[in-house]
Write a protein that binds this ligand. Structure first.
Ligand code: ADP
Ligand code: MG
Length: 438
């Protein structure tokens, strides 16, 4: 335990905070170290760089004290809780050559995934599939916005099954495509097929990028069929429902819908808070509840961005030798966290919905009770509650309704239909997309 001894010695030379924040997170890599070369792994690039610049000299001196040899010290990025060899980030230099499937991130596990109502369904589906691959839902199709945990769940299925000795392939659709082109060019398609059609579990990330790639779609279609016929599990993720992926062949669309489709919604506040706490715990970063609440309420729902922000805060605090107080967090993040801009107007929602449903904007605000107008009005109310800060009483007033109960009734109705009718739900998602991006 030479490496650990050295880090313990270092503990006496630095402050407690420094030790907790950085040094405690290092793991000595016995396999890669030699007498004149000491390697430690850090959980993220920031800590790795920080340790390298600030402590590597000290570490080297301590080695000399202990062993008589002064080694060169290297800090690499790797996950702390994992098998060292597999996780060390020795990025392949051979580059674009034969792209093998990417390794799984060992920290993307079910245990590290925080469950809330926004992702409960996808989480449960993923866990069931992990436990009984090929038996329950095949394929499982997970879709949702950026940074909401799709890749995490996908890889959790992989890690779970790797541990059981199953053969798992994880790849993004882009890698699949590069791999395909490579083997095609080299006339080694049999190797390509061997690889993708002989696994127990195929995990494919970001299938929306299949859009308009006809040749890859064709190849993927056959891969899919062969695995499916052999009851091998296929799991796919995408930022959209299969129906919404433009330029995707119908036969693939329909296959993607054969099994189970699970969506991940943006996290509610409590889930966001729980995720932040979890990340802090995993990265050994200490934040007060006050700061956590601030981040959770002010930041967008993209968890990846929130994670980046936590690391940045931590970095600034150490550089400036400061505690992460609320004021400090505010000042560091003032540029990043723009006060939520509520730039979606009622007019815009009405415009998009009426165009889509082919009715006049004025009809939506009218008192008409004709069926299609009532239905359109409900959709507008639902979207307004979802996309704008308007309260129920405000909306009731806007539509000349008696009070907020009519608004809440409309909300309930739409939620009911969405639960029952997948097409309707997709339609609503499409509308949201149009409103946000037009
Ligand atoms: P996506 O693939 O949907 O864009 P990722 O799976 O890459 O998103 O997630 C982005 C980051 O957020 C990852 O580091 C992931 O671990 C984290 N994350 C997302 N959702 C959760 C969750 N529910 N619990 C814990 N971490 C999460
Ligand atoms: Mg992803």
């Amino acid at each position: 335990m030479l490496g650990k001894n050295i880090l313990d010695m270092l503990k006496d030379e630095i402050t407690n905070i420094e030790y907790e924040r950085y040094i405690k997170q290092l793991k000595y890599d016995e396999n890669s170290s030699k007498s004149d070369y000491a390697v430690f792994s850090a959980p993220n690039p920031f800590i790795a760089n920080w340790v390298k610049t600030k402590y590597s000299k000290k570490i080297s001196n301590l080695f000399e004290l202990k062993t008589g040899v002064k080694p060169q010290v290297d800090i690499v990025v790797g996950k702390k809780s994992s098998n060292k060899k597999r996780s060390l980030n020795t990025a392949s230099i051979s580059g674009q050559k034969q792209t093998s499937s990417t390794k799984l991130n060992p920290s993307y596990t079910f245990e590290n995934f925080v469950v809330g109502s926004s992702n409960q369904f996808a989480y449960t589906a993923a866990l069931s599939v992990a436990e009984k691959p090929g038996q329950l839902y095949n394929p499982l199709f997970i879709y949702g916005g950026v940074g909401l945990g799709k890749t995490h769940l996908l890889q959790a299925i992989g890690n779970y099954n790797l541990a059981k000795g199953k053969s798992v392939i994880y790849t993004t659709i882009e890698q699949f495509m590069n791999d395909f082109t490579y083997h095609l060019r080299n006339q080694t398609m049999d190797r390509f097929r061997e690889k993708y059609r002989k696994c127990d579990i195929l995990l494919i990330d970001d299938v929306q990028f299949l859009s308009r790639k006809e040749q890859t779609q064709e190849e993927f279609f056959h891969t899919f069929n062969e695995l499916h016929n052999k009851s091998k599990q296929i799991v796919l993720t995408s930022d959209k429902h299969p129906k919404q992926i433009a330029g995707l062949e119908d036969r693939l669309k329909s296959r993607f819908e054969w099994g189970l489709i699970a969506d991940i919604q943006p996290p509610e506040l409590e889930t966001k808070i729980a995720i932040i706490k979890k990340k802090c715990e995993l990265d050994g970063i200490i934040l007060s509840d006050e700061v956590i609440n601030y981040l959770a309420t002010k930041m967008d729902n993209n968890i990846r961005e929130i994670e980046g922000t936590i690391i940045k805060l931590n970095a600034y605090a150490s550089l400036m030798n400061q505690k992460i107080t609320l004021d400090f967090a505010k000042s560091v993040l003032k540029e990043q966290i723009k006060e939520k801009q509520e730039n979606i107007s009622m007019e815009k929602i009405i415009k998009v919905v009426s165009k889509e449903l082919n009715i006049k904007p004025s009809e939506i605000k009218s008192r008409s009770r004709s069926r299609n107008i009532v239905s359109a009005r409900r959709i507008v109310i639902y979207l307004a509650r979802t996309l704008t800060p308007n309260s129920m009483p405000t909306l009731a007033q806007f539509f000349g309704m008696k009070d907020h109960t009519s608004v809440s009734h409309a909300m309930k109705k739409i939620n009911e239909i969405m639960e029952k009718d997948e097409n309707f739900k997709v339609k609503i998602e499409e509308l949201i997309h149009k409103i946000k991006h037009s």
